[in-house]
Design a protein around this ligand. Structure first.
Ligand code: TXA
Ligand code: MG
Length: 338
C-alpha cells in the first residue's frame, strides 16, 4: 500500500491507480473511491468493505455540471438552495439517476446520491479524471468510520494500492443524506449539516426520517444495518446530561471489578470512577463540532483497551442528531437517564 500526501499532490501520478480503488480524503471521513464507469473497481468496493449489495454508494462530483450529466430532469429549486449554501460540503442529495449510473452503484435503486466534497485535493483528482467517483466510507462495513489514515490501515492493512493522506478529517461524521419527498426536504441520514441549517437554507420545515418511512419502509438502505460498532459492546447513556456522570459511575460499580471499562465523555461532565477499577476515560470534545471530529477516533482507541465502552450521549439539537444517530446504531444497549 502506497501512501502519498495530499499536500502538493501531483494528480497525474495518481490516475493509473484508478484501475482499482483508491482511498481519498474528504472533509467528512476517508472514502474508498472508484470511477463510476469502472465496474471492476466499483465491485471491489463492495468486496473489500464486505458491503451488502443493496446499499448504494454516494457519488462525488467536482461541479454542478458533472452532477447534471448523470441525473434525469432539472434540479429542483429546493436543491438549488441547498447546493448554493452547502456545496462543496457535507450534504448528499438524492436524484433520479440516468442509466449511465450503473445499478451496482445505485444498489438497485432508481436514485443516486450526489455531493461535491470540500477537500481541494479530491476535487483536483475528480477534475483530472473527468469522471464522478463513487466513494463510501473507507472502513469494513459495520466498523466505526475512518477519520485518519491510521483508521483506514486498521481495517484494510495492505489490501489497497494507493492512499491519499490529508491528515484528520475536519468534520468527522458523514454527509447528511437528503431527499425531496412529496415536495418536502427530508433527511434520510443526519450528518455534517444539521436539519436546522437546512431549514434556514430552504426556508421551510425539514423532515427527519432517518429510520423508516410512514409505511415502515427503509428509505436509505444504509440505515437498516448495524453500524459504526467497536468490537467491545457499547453502552450509550442518554437523557438528563447532569445525571449521566452518576449513571455511568453506578454502572461501573455494579459490574465485575476485573472488567476493563472505557469511558467516552464530553464537555465538563465529571465522572468519578470508583477506586480500584481498570478504566480509561477520553473526552470527545467540549462542543458538538469537536465531538463530531473525535467521535469515531475515540471509539476506535477505547476499543483497543476496553472490555466494554460506556458513552455519554448528547442532546439532539444541531449536530447532536448526527452524533446520536451514530451512537445509537453502534450501541448494544441504551440506558435512559432521568
Ligand atoms: O460523507 C460521506 O457521505 C462519506 C464520504 C466518503 O463522502 N461517504 C459515506 O458513504 O458516508 P457510505 O457509503 O458510508 O454511506 C452512504 C449512505 C448509506 O446510508 C446509503 O444507504 C445512503 O448513503 N445512500 C446512498 N445512495 C442512496 C440512495 N440512492 N438512496 C437512499 N440512500 C442512499
Ligand atoms: Mg459508511
Amino acid at each position: 500500500m502506497k501512501v502519498v500526501s495530499a499536500k502538493d499532490l501531483d494528480v497525474d501520478s495518481v490516475v493509473e491507480y484508478f484501475d482499482d480503488v483508491v482511498v481519498v480524503p474528504t472533509e467528512t471521513v476517508y472514502g474508498l473511491a472508484a470511477s463510476i464507469y469502472n465496474p471492476h473497481a466499483v465491485g471491489r468496493i463492495f468486496e473489500l468493505k464486505n458491503r451488502p449489495r443493496d446499499n448504494p454508494l454516494i457519488v462525488h462530483v467536482s461541479s454542478v455540471k458533472m452532477a447534471e450529466d448523470i441525473v434525469e430532469g432539472p434540479i429542483p429549486e429546493e436543491y438549488r438552495r441547498i447546493m448554493d449554501r452547502f456545496w462543496p460540503g457535507p450534504v448528499s442529495l438524492l436524484f433520479k439517476a440516468k442509466d449511465c449510473v450503473s445499478r451496482v452503484v445505485r444498489g438497485g435503486l432508481d436514485t443516486v446520491a450526489i455531493r461535491i466534497p470540500k477537500s481541494p485535493c479530491l476535487l483536483r483528482i475528480i477534475e483530472r479524471l473527468g469522471t464522478p467517483l463513487a466513494a463510501p466510507s473507507a472502513n469494513i462495513s459495520g466498523r466505526p468510520s475512518p477519520t485518519t489514515v491510521q483508521h483506514v490501515m486498521e481495517d484494510f492493512s495492505n489490501r489497497i494500492g494507493l492512499v491519499v493522506d490529508d491528515g484528520p478529517c475536519s468534520i468527522g461524521v458523514e454527509s447528511t443524506v437528503v431527499s425531496l419527498m412529496e415536495g418536502r426536504i427530508t433527511v434520510l441520514r443526519p450528518g455534517g449539516v444539521s436539519a436546522e441549517e437546512l431549514e434556514e437554507a430552504v426556508e421551510s420545515r425539514v423532515d427527519v426520517r432517518s429510520k423508516t418511512g410512514e409505511d415502515g419502509k427503509v428509505l436509505s438502505p444504509g440505515q437498516k444495518y448495524r453500524h459504526y460498532s467497536p468490537t467491545a459492546p457499547l453502552v450509550l447513556f442518554r437523557g438528563e446530561t447532569s445525571n449521566i456522570g452518576d449513571a455511568i459511575c453506578s454502572y461501573v460499580e455494579r459490574g465485575p471489578p476485573a472488567l476493563r471499562v472505557g469511558i467516552a465523555t464530553h464537555s465538563d461532565l465529571d465522572i468519578g470512577i470508583p477506586p480500584g477499577r481498570a478504566s480509561t476515560t477520553v473526552s470527545m470534545g467540549r462542543d458538538k463540532k469537536e465531538i463530531c471530529r473525535n467521535l469515531f477516533g475515540c471509539l476506535r482507541s477505547l476499543d483497543k483497551v476496553s472490555d466494554v465502552i460506556l458513552v455519554a450521549g448528547v442532546d439532539y439539537e444541531g449536530e447532536g442528531h448526527a452524533i446520536m444517530d451514530r451512537l445509537e446504531r453502534a450501541a448494544s444497549e441504551v440506558i435512559m437517564v432521568q
